[in-house]
Design a protein around this ligand. Structure first.
Ligand SMILES: [Zn+2]
Length: 283
């Protein structure tokens, strides 16, 4: 999205999000800035939100309270599904396979009609509504990852797309040695769903807060090629800004051939992710 378009949608979003609930809408009318004038406050507000991504902010959008139990039951079913098929298979599992396996294994149990409606509704809702401005590389709930296009990376439990993603990762390993590790590779719509719903659950239904650190399902470029790297032995710190203090990050940055998908100060509504490698030639 171009900067100008982004600023326009940011303003539109701020106006919508700042509106009073429907019941109060008749009495409270928020001021409406001219469409081509973006008040500095919106930009300032945006930058503060990205810095404090993991906290609730005044105009954040929440999941309907009555849908919270469905979020919880869908999330738990996805977790049981992951335990049943194993983490590796779960990275590649598509929606239709998920439904079938859930039906066939009583320890998972079939998705209910309400859960399916919820998942469908979540998938097809516009990420910009809660502040995520990135593109949506996987457009359909049933999009599949072709097994023949990906390869398992030994000892990581993760997959990468053959082609540029794999070549880039190999080049990184050649340059940095085995101190650099693959922390997350290919993720199907189902895997992204589980991650996003888990984040939304722990954010108490705050979808804006969740989407500042995890792309909503369909919007993740892990679905088509991007991957995350970290420093061996650095654990979950690899997914914090502290990763920028590591030797691995310093050498990646100095290598000159890498680009980050969500760089510092990005206008996509996503926090700074110094570990997330952008792959242009998609799988
Ligand atoms: Zn990532």
């Amino acid at each position: 999205m171009k900067r100008r378009e982004f600023l326009k949608s940011l303003a539109a979003f701020a106006i919508t999000a700042g509106s009073a609930p429907t019941a109060l809408a008749a009495t409270v009318v928020p001021p409406r800035p001219a469409s081509d004038v973006i008040p500095d406050d919106f930009i300032k507000d945006y930058l503060v939100k990205m810095k404090h991504f993991n906290e609730p902010h005044p105009n954040d959008i929440y999941l309907d309270r009555e849908l919270f139990p469905i979020l919880k039951s869908s999330l738990n079913r996805l977790r049981r599904l992951q335990r049943t098929v194993g983490h590796g298979n779960f990275y590649l599992l598509n929606f239709d396979e998920a439904l079938k396996i859930a039906r066939n294994y009583s320890r998972v149990g079939a998705f209910t009609r309400r859960e399916l409606n919820f998942l469908e509704q979540m998938f097809y809702s516009d990420g910009a509504r809660f502040g995520f401005y990135g593109e949506k590389p996987l457009k359909h709930l049933t999009d599949r990852i072709k097994r023949g296009k990906v390869t398992k990376i030994p000892y990581s439990g993760n997959y990468l797309y053959k082609g540029q993603a794999l070549e880039t990762y190999r080049k990184i390993r050649r340059d940095l040695g085995d101190t650099v590790i693959l922390t997350s590779g290919v993720r199907s719509v189902i895997k992204q769903f589980m991650l996003f719903l888990s984040k939304a659950y722990h954010s108490k239904g705050n979808l804006s807060m969740a989407s500042r650190s995890l792309a909503p399902p369909g919007y993740s470029f892990h679905g088509i090629g991007d991957f995350d790297v970290g420093q061996r032995g650095y654990g979950v710190e690899n997914f914090t800004e502290r990763f920028t203090t590591t030797e691995v990050f310093r050498r990646l940055r100095d290598s000159g051939y890498l680009t980050l998908r969500y760089d510092y100060g990005n206008l996509l509504g996503v926090r700074f992710e110094p570990w997330h490698i952008k792959v242009d030639d998609i799988g």
